[in-house]
Write a protein that binds this ligand. Sequence first.
Ligand code: ATP
Length: 246
Amino acid sequence: MTNTVLNVNGIEVIYNHVILVLKGVSLTLAEGQVAALLGGNGAGKTTTLRAISNLLKGERGEVTKGSIELRNERIDSLSPAELVRRGVVQVMEGRHCFAHLTIEENLLTGCYTRSDKAEIARNLEKVYAYFPRLKTRRTSQAAYTSGGEQQMCAIGRALMTNPGIVLLDEPSMGLAPQIVEEVFGIVRDLNHKEKVSFLIAEQNTGMALKYADYGYILESGRVVLDGKAQDLRNNEDVKEFYLGVG
Ligand code: ATP
């Protein structure tokens, strides 16, 4: 039996009081699962992740219907900081590294509220074990590292919070296919070894379905199809409209 860790029940999201963007999105994330949230430009993937991590306010958005539960407990009104304390962390689209800080300083911003130095050092070593590239670049300013390294740094920073669930927004954006493979491979490794669950918003359907266990396809703010990654890969509509092989 699989344990559901995250439950999104029929959420509606409205921006600026008028623009209805999510029209009743439901999804679940099981313990230790990698789920992909797929769909084209503007389908509502980022909005769904932001709703879960309560980051819509800054965008003048709000959840107007539905509920979000973490292990059967409502979390819709918790602050992003409280969600991080409970193990839910988001890696934003566009990476958002601090350009003027070194890779290591960026990683350490992931635990600025903590003072347990030994634990922080252990976290850092763990991140470096998964991302050896970051270890070699630890003293480089983020601005002078590659897009792939910055994406790794953003994921590494999230890992510094010891998360149970990582919401990963468009990790493939702007990266060469080989680097995307490398990033997804590390995500899968983290999932296997550290039991971190991932919800990954992606436009790169082929790559996401290669690494995910389960997928949800969003169109205009609605989940139009969901299923095991393998079944979605073989689905004729998915092949035609999302994989370009129909
Ligand atoms: P992309 O891959 O392009 O980021 P997405 O699937 O993540 O697409 P969202 O970013 O969630 O989609 O956007 C969904 C819809 O909401 C789009 O029509 C977008 O224009 C709109 N939208 C997003 N943010 C805002 C905002 N702050 N105010 C108004 N509308 C917004």
